[in-house]
Design a binder for this molecule. Structure first.
Ligand code: M6R
Length: 615
């Protein structure tokens, strides 16, 4: 949940460390800190964001520092303050560490270290780890930092990605990983480290992703050595060529990443569909489905496991798969699934869905399902992420890097991907006709243009947002395919604007939430044509009868609902299965503009982080 960076090489490193931390701030922004080394060593940390840290470093001349590490924190152990900020230093003042993850057995190790005379400045688990490394070295003074770190890591339980530096080995950095992600960028004699490659992408596209249980020593003299820290076995270095471009991780003139990502969606949809969908004749081709067709053919049940927005996309997936492929679907919160002794049958397919591919609960649920012999098909955005690597097979959604904490384009691409998989499986299983198959393919091919049309009307959404930005509560309603969209709209609003919002199936309103409706309660109703349109007209009437304010999302040309709504936003006429994907776009814009009118920290909402790598 934190972001870490490191560097060792021939260049002055302060700017790389600070800029790199800014790129990783989506992972946490409670506090930030750096350690830079020339011949002395410079440690600076503070509560708050990287920009606050940068201000504190303004007058310091650090150009001679060519080794460094940095950390941006999402607090787990200990409140966000300077003492709990990383880097942490060992008692002898020589060993420095930044850490992303959790050391679960830190309390017992801390007790042993206290008995040996160690003292602790912070409440963190990380300070325990750095002192454990010191203690390992102390008990065997011949050990170098790499080996001492290796021995210490074999004594801890938990998850970590770490960068370690020891003043006794000033030409080396040690990095290791278990559970949390870590990437190394290589460029001549320079080594860059990041929780993901975004900090070093402008320097190099040569990247080594560490696997679990790997430890690398980055040495000015000996280059890179990679080992399994359990067995000490030397590992092959699989260096990848990254396709990531620097523009993809910058704001490109938009006020916030979230807005940029909303506006990127027409392109992202095309990226998701590229090479998978064809016309004349209409065809879908998903190689992982083809390769594992026997599994899909005999599957009795699909179980989606996911969290947050990915869970909402999974719920939409349930509607798609049950309608088109006629395979029963369960949609599980990963955090519940992993702890409740789930039942998995032989021919079930478990489908983890995740943008980051690093969500701790989803990974744990996936591993549990794997232990229970389930076949795992992943739907994931981040290439090479932990979930992508743990699954038997799967599909990338190709939304590109999503940096705003509020997920937007990732949801859209997850939904599009699920729709084409469900359509293809349904057709192969003969559950849908050729003409329905072609209609959906047509609709999907027009999706990107239809999203562009909605985005062109963003000014109207902005006006509506202004009108309602002072409201304290919102209700979001939708039926059928639009129910997951109502849930997602409510989540988006609450996470970035801190306005309380609830999503409900529209018909459930009269079983409770209707009691909340009065003139101060805006109700966003996703009321696109087809499906249960007539029923939703009645729901809108019920809200109006109680004085509620209705903001409706309607299909172009709608007459009935527009007339009775206080405000409305139109989306283009489209296939019923596509309409939830389109309807979600104005809801993203609505929450964005409301949060902007309120002056909220949109890309970095309080208490949140982009990837939740702790449970
Ligand atoms: O990376 P994942 O898709 O696994 O993340 C799951 C949730 O943490 C994530 O969707 C979260 O709910 C978003 N902040 C919502 O916008």
């Amino acid at each position: 949940m934190c972001g870490i960076v490191g560097y060792i090489g021939e260049q002055s490193t302060k700017d790389f460390i600070i800029d790199g931390l800014k790129k990783l701030e989506y992972r946490g922004y409670d506090s930030a800190g750096v350690f830079l080394f020339d011949s002395k060593g410079y440690l600076k940390k503070c509560k708050g964001k990287v920009a606050d840290l940068e201000k504190k470093m303004d007058d310091d001349n650090l150009s001679s520092c060519t080794i460094g590490m940095g950390h941006t924190r999402w607090a787990t152990h200990g409140i966000p303050n300077t003492k709990n900020s990383h880097p942490h230093v060992s008692n002898n003042g020589k060993i420095f560490i930044v850490h992303n993850g959790i050391i679960e057995n830190y309390a017992s190790i801390k007790q042993i270290l206290i008995e040996k005379g160690y003292t602790f400045q912070s409440e963190t688990d990380t300070e325990v780890l750095v002192n454990l490394i010191e203690e390992v070295k102390k008990s065997n003074p011949e050990l170098k930092i790499g080996k001492a770190t290796q021995i210490a890591l074999n004594q801890v339980v938990g998850a970590f990605a770490i960068v370690v530096f020891d003043k006794d080995s000033p030409n080396e950095l040690v990095v290791a990983k278990l559970g949390s992600p870590l990437a190394i960028g290589l460029k001549g004699k320079d080594f860059f480290v990041g929780s993901d490659p975004s900090p070093f992408i402008k320097e190099t596209n040569r990247c080594l992703y560490l696997n679990d249980y790997e430890l690398a020593i980055l040495s000015r003299k000996k280059g890179l050595t990679l080992r399994d820290f359990r067995t000490n076995r030397v590992k092959d270095q699989k260096i990848e060529k990254l396709k990531l471009q620097i523009e993809q991780v910058e704001k490109g003139g938009f006020k916030h990443f979230m807005l940029k990502e909303i506006f990127e969606q027409p392109k992202c949809i095309n990226d998701s569909l590229r090479g998978r969908i064809f016309s004349n004749p209409a065809k879908i081709k998903i190689s992982s489905v083809e390769e594992y067709w026997e599994k899909f053919k005999k599957s009795n049940r699909l179980i989606f496991i996911s969290c947050g927005t990915s869970w909402h996309a999974s719920l939409l997936g349930e509607y798609y798969f049950e309608e088109l492929a006629r395979i029963p679907v369960e949609v599980e919160y990963a955090s519940e699934f992993r702890y409740r002794n789930p039942i998995i049958y032989k021919d079930d397919i478990v489908i983890p869905v995740s943008q980051s591919g690093e969500t701790a609960d989803t990974i744990a649920a996936l591993k549990l399902a794997k232990e229970m012999s389930a076949f795992i098909y992943g739907i994931c955005n981040v290439v090479g992420s932990s979930i992508a690597r743990e699954t038997h097979t799967g599909i990338y959604t190709h939304a590109g890097p999503e940096i705003g904490v509020a997920s937007t384009k990732a949801f859209t691409c997850q939904a599009v991907t699920m729709l084409i998989i469900a359509t293809e499986i349904g057709y192969k299983l003969k559950k849908i006709t050729k003409s329905k198959y072609s209609e959906i393919i047509d609709g999907v091919q027009n999706l990107s243009d239809n999203v562009k049309k909605i985005l062109k009307k963003s000014n109207k959404v902005e006006e509506i947002a202004k009108k309602y930005s002072k409201s304290k509560n919102f209700l979001y309603l939708g039926r059928g395919y639009n129910f997951p969209v109502a849930l997602e709209g409510a989540l988006k609003l609450k996470e970035i604007s801190y306005i309380h919002a609830e999503g409900y199936p529209a018909a459930e309103m009269k079983h409770g939430p209707i009691a909340l409706i009065d003139k101060n309660m805006p109700v966003v109703v996703v009321a696109t044509k087809k499906g249960n349109y007539k029923k939703i007209v009645s729901n809108v009437m019920e809200i109006k009868a109680r004085g509620g304010k209705v903001i409706s999302i309607v299909t172009e040309g709608d007459k009935e609902i527009k007339k009775i709504s206080d405000d409305f936003i139109e989306i283009p006429e489209c296939h019923e299965l596509i309409s939830p994907i389109l309807a979600n776009i104005p809801l993203q814009l609505l929450s964005y503009y409301i949060a902007d009118f309120k002056g909220c920290s949109i890309d970095q909402p309080r208490n949140l982080a982009k990837s939740v790598t702790v449970e």
